[in-house]
Ligand binder design. Structure first.
Ligand code: ZN
Length: 243
């Protein structure tokens, strides 16, 4: 492992445009189970019944039973892996993060340039009149939260299963991915579309990939595979970088 860490650090030093692509696996050590895992949200709530815009529109109160549990992830704290990525950005060694997570832990750790592929629980919108508010308002009020203007039930600005990735997130992602010469892929197996295409796009544009996963999944695509805990590996990376 030490060898691979050294190789990863040397790639980071050589790179002029390193970015990170993260998924659920980086937040499990912050106490947020992968939604798709055996103890995750979707084991409790059928995604087709609770995780679609169609379901929300037809019965928002029912979908809010799931959302109430989902927004509780706001109490989670960034782990040392998140903090290590924030320190890389601060040092000018990381240009940005594309995350599939909606938990805002990268921003809480201190990262500035974060593209949220699936939106986040940070803001809420009224589908009827477009009224917009932040998580603080929702946390302080009743569940389900209602629009101050027309009293409709609010929807978090997360991307449901039957929704498209927001255009601004797609274009920011394309820009980061196609310009990167090194991508740290962490906590995601990139098996689910549209994130599934991203490692291939990185390679097509000549970027190298450092994969950090408990169970490596990018065989044939990753240049360096660091198998294990995200927080431990990132801590080791940062230590070696500073030597
Ligand atoms: Zn409204």
């Amino acid at each position: 492992m030490l060898n691979q860490i050294n190789e990863a650090v040397s790639l980071i030093h050589k790179s002029t445009k390193t970015i990170a692509l993260t998924g659920a696996g980086v937040s499990t050590e912050s106490g947020i189970p992968d939604f798709r895992s055996a103890s995750g949200l979707w084991s409790k709530f059928d995604p087709m019944e609770y995780g679609t815009l169609g379901a929300f529109k037809s019965d928002p109160e029912k979908v809010w039973k799931m959302l109430a549990e989902l927004i509780a992830i706001d109490s989670a704290k960034p782990n040392t892996g998140h903090k290590a990525l924030a320190s890389l950005e601060k040092q000018g060694l990381l240009k940005g993060i594309i995350t599939q997570n909606i938990d805002m832990l990268h921003q809480k750790a201190g990262n500035i340039n974060v593209v949220e592929f699936h939106g986040s629980i940070n803001s809420f919108t009224c589908l009827q009149c477009g009224w917009h508010t932040g998580l603080e308002t929702v946390n302080q009020g009743e569940v389900p939260p209602r629009c101050k203007s027309c009293q409709s039930i609010l929807k978090p600005d997360i991307v449901f299963f039957d929704e498209q990735i927001p255009q601004h997130a797609l274009s920011a992602t394309t820009q980061l991915i196609t310009n990167a010469d090194l991508v740290i892929v962490a906590g995601t197996s990139c098996q689910v579309a549209p994130a599934a295409q991203l490692p291939h796009i990185i390679k097509q544009h000549g970027g190298a990939i450092i994969e950090i996963n408990k169970e490596p999944a990018l065989s044939g695509l990753a240049d360096i595979v660091l198998a294990g805990s995200f927080s431990k590996i990132m801590t080791a990376l940062i230590k070696t970088l500073q030597q």
